[in-house]
Write a protein that binds this ligand. Structure first.
Ligand code: MN
Length: 272
């Protein structure tokens, strides 16, 4: 059963804390997470690229004060003057998460079968959760792309590329992803609104999957979040068609299969 969403109470407050890099020790984000969870707080902690630490915490004033003291003494070791604390609006987080750590692998395949489509897959609990995207992903936040949920695939298939019985597949993008949003991962997927950050070769930054139609073949919309990696008015599928594995396009894979076997199925050479 999904946990009941935490309901913010009237007196709750939220802070952002930043600890500059010279004061931080290894594992600080994990220790802040553990302390925040013990205090009943929600939010996140992230180790910054420069080694510093950033924290968003929300909950009761007493617990917030206790976490501030923990950060000043337990993380900054009394160097509290170097810790920046800012009161910020409540965001409604339902968990205290560790940010900036991988949740698993992701791949995007371009697939010619009975239809031409893209397959986006996210590693969740030892399998690849999968969505078929008729038009593929987009880096334009104004574009919503249909994503039809399909059965899980095995992780072992992630690296496959080449001709198949009914066409062919190329590995269009790959990398790691991290959870985002305010809801625990992967519970966010079962609730039908999942935010995640892709660290791929073509797809980078925050994305949201919103389930719009439940049922036997649930339909979702994939949308790029507005961040530094967003590319308004771009068409990444058209601009970067080559496989990240081989550099080949799907057309080249299909053409090579046809040369070996002229009767092989696949898209016609002049497919638009
Ligand atoms: Mn497919």
């Amino acid at each position: 059963m999904p946990r009941r969403p935490r309901v913010a109470r009237g007196e709750d407050r939220a802070i952002r804390a930043v600890v500059p890099s010279p004061l931080q020790l290894d594992g600080a984000a994990q220790r802040v997470r553990d302390e925040a969870r013990a205090l009943g707080l929600s939010g996140w902690a992230r180790s910054a690229d420069d080694g510093g630490l950033a924290v968003h915490a929300e909950g009761t004033p007493t617990a917030i004060d206790a976490l501030i003291a923990f950060i000043a003494e337990g993380v900054a070791h009394g160097g509290a003057a170097g810790v920046e604390i800012e009161e910020v609006p409540l965001e409604g987080h339902e968990q205290f998460a560790l940010r900036g750590v991988s949740a698993g692998a992701f791949v995007v395949k371009e697939h010619a079968a009975s239809t031409h489509h893209f397959d986006m897959r996210l590693e969740v609990a030892g399998v690849m959760r999968s969505w078929a995207l008729p038009k593929g992903p987009s880096l334009d936040p104004a574009v919503k792309r249909l994503a039809v949920e399909v059965p899980d695939h095995s992780i072992e298939q992630n690296g496959f590329e080449g001709p198949t019985g009914e066409g062919g597949v190329v590995l269009w993008d790959r990398g790691l992803y991290e959870q985002g949003g305010r809801v625990a991962w992967p519970e966010a997927l079962s609730r039908g609104h999942a935010v995640f950050v892709l660290h791929g070769e073509k797809l980078r930054g925050g994305f949201a999957l919103q389930r719009t139609r439940p049922g036997a073949k649930p339909q979702w919309l994939l949308v790029k979040r507005r961040d530094e990696q967003a590319r308004p008015a771009s068409d990444v599928v058209a601009e970067q068609p080559a496989s990240v594995l081989s550099g080949r396009t799907l057309e080249q894979v299909l053409a090579a299969a046809r040369r070996r076997d002229p009767a092989a199925p696949g898209a016609a050479p002049d497919r638009p």
